[in-house]
Write a protein that binds this ligand. Structure first.
Ligand code: FAD
Length: 444
């Protein structure tokens, strides 16, 4: 009787999971496995919580299909091989991934499978189009610029969605292991993880996707999908999400699918440049970054005295999420206004974001810092102009900076312009020492 292990990583779903579907089609017995790697668990309490919720939900779905999720704790390759010995597995199925960590894991797994004469099959599923499947015709390996990538991506033939297994048989007498207690997380208002929750949110989102092109930058409207963390953990299949959106006509769904193209874009960049979190992608990209612990601390705490920046940074801590426009503004503020190293920003976001992942976090940070894939690396964002344009009534700022709730309209974006008597009544800091000069805000 043929037995295959499906090693889940960040493909925590039963729908459109090519590794799971193939294992079910090719073996009588399938062992769904997740290995909790203690070295990763400490990186982000928020994501640990989301992961645990997603695993609990996956286990429930597998149980409904007659199987279970085997949980082990330790070094993933060693634990997988140990289990392979226990269940006398013939092979392992795994969804392919791009980060340096994931690729080292794949390589070690391949070596061990070779040594133990097991098959190892890698499957797509982390992106809509697998990284490397579309390549620039003139050579160069991967796309460095988004627009030509997107054209190729959009017209590429997308794979068919994998069928969801109805019944899965696991070996008898298998010790499945317990999920540890749910970690607390750090953000009180973070979303809950899991495929079921992701599917529910996707369904709701598809009813609201229509005006996405007009509203996605409206910070107060909060009219984006908030599906990013479900995509990050593979609770949702990016391909299935893109197909579902493509099933709706109009500029909104098209703009949304384009954002999924950005996601795939950074995956193929990361596959080609795995050091994306620590090294400038552009050879001459890195500036002389300043060291200023005090300014960094104010930025992290959301107490820079620039309301739109502080609102974004506080949303991050409250929700484990930040609106995309706020991510752009706060990241540009750190790198282009405070002159601090983008790697500090990568790490801070990575600690808090439920959707934090290597490719999208570091790829976007490098884009903003001018060290990455932006074709205009010297672009500057004026935070006040951005605030007035994308939060014209100051609703977003007042939502996250309650000290300014008494200031109405767009005046909230520049509290230093309020009369002294009004300002004196606000428990809100003035701009950082290095940013007192108002001319700074007027630069393009
Ligand atoms: P929607 O607007 O509904 O977009 C749909 C999906 O498209 C998102 O869920 C996401 O998967 C993808 N997407 C949207 N914008 C981008 C983008 N610019 N780049 C890549 N994919 C995108 N996104 C992450 O998923 N993880 C990160 O760690 C991350 N870090 C970021 C750091 C910075 C400095 C910046 C500027 C952006 C970052 N983003 C990251 C991209 C983007 O901000 C989030 O994907 C988006 O805000 C998530 O909200 P949503 O699901 O409502 O997005």
């Amino acid at each position: 009787m043929r037995t295959l292990i499906v090693l889940f990583t960040r493909d925590l779903r039963v729908h459109d999971n090519p590794a799971l579907a193939a294992a079910c089609a090719n073996a009588e017995r399938v062992v769904p496995l997740f290995v909790l790697d203690p070295t990763l668990g400490e990186l982000s309490p928020n994501r640990s919580r989301f992961l645990h919720q997603s695993l609990a939900d996956l286990r429930e779905s597998l149980r409904k299909r007659g199987a279970d999720l085997v949980i082990r704790t330790g070094e993933p390759v060693a634990e997988t091989m140990k289990l392979a010995g226990e269940v006398q597995a013939d092979g392992i199925a795994l969804t392919q991934d791009v980060s340096g960590y994931a690729r080292r894991r794949e390589r070690r797994l391949a070596q061990e499978c070779d040594r133990h004469r097991l098959s190892l099959r890698l499957f797509p599923g982390t992106t809509v189009v697998p990284p490397g499947e579309v390549r620039p015709s003139g050579g160069g390996g991967h796309y460095k610029v988004f627009s030509p990538y997107y054209r190729a991506w959009e017209s590429a033939k997308w794979r068919d969605e994998a069928t969801t297994p109805r019944k899965i048989t696991i070996p008898d007498g298998l010790s499945t292991g317990r999920l540890p207690a749910l970690p607390r997380g750090e953000s009180p208002d973070a979303l809950d993880g899991g495929e079921s929750e992701g599917q529910r949110r996707l369904k709701t989102w598809l009813r609201h996707i229509g005006p996405y092109d007009e509203l996605h930058d409206d910070m107060a409207a909060d009219s984006t999908s908030r599906l990013s963390a479900y995509l990050r953990f593979g609770c949702l299949s990016p391909l299935a999400v893109a197909n579902a959106a493509r099933g709706h006509d109009g500029a909104g769904p098209a703009a949304f699918v384009r954002q999924l193209g950005w996601r795939d874009f950074y995956y193929q960049v990361t596959q080609a440049f795995p050091k994306i979190s620590t090294k400038a992608y552009r050879k001459s990209g890195d500036s002389e970054w300043r060291t200023d612990q005090d300014a960094l601390q104010h930025w992290q705490d959301g107490s820079t005295g620039v309301p739109i920046v502080d609102a974004g940074m506080r949303q991050l801590q409250a929700e484990g999420f930040m609106h995309n426009r706020a991510r752009l503004i706060t990241a540009a503020f750190l790198t282009k206004h405070l002159g601090l190293d983008w790697r500090e920003g990568v790490q801070w976001f990575f600690r808090w974001l439920n959707d934090g992942d290597v490719a999208n976090n570091s790829g976007n940070w490098q884009w903003v810092a001018g060290t990455g894939n932006d074709t205009k690396p010297y672009r500057r964002f004026n935070p006040i102009r951005q605030a007035e344009r994308f939060d014209p009534d100051g609703v977003y700022v007042r939502r996250y900076v309650p000290e300014l709730s008494s200031v109405s309209g767009k005046a909230v974006h520049q509290p230093w312009r309020l009369p002294d008597t009004v300002r004196a009544g606000l428990d809100y800091p003035g701009p950082l020492e290095s940013h007192r000069d108002e001319a700074v805000w007027l630069r393009p």
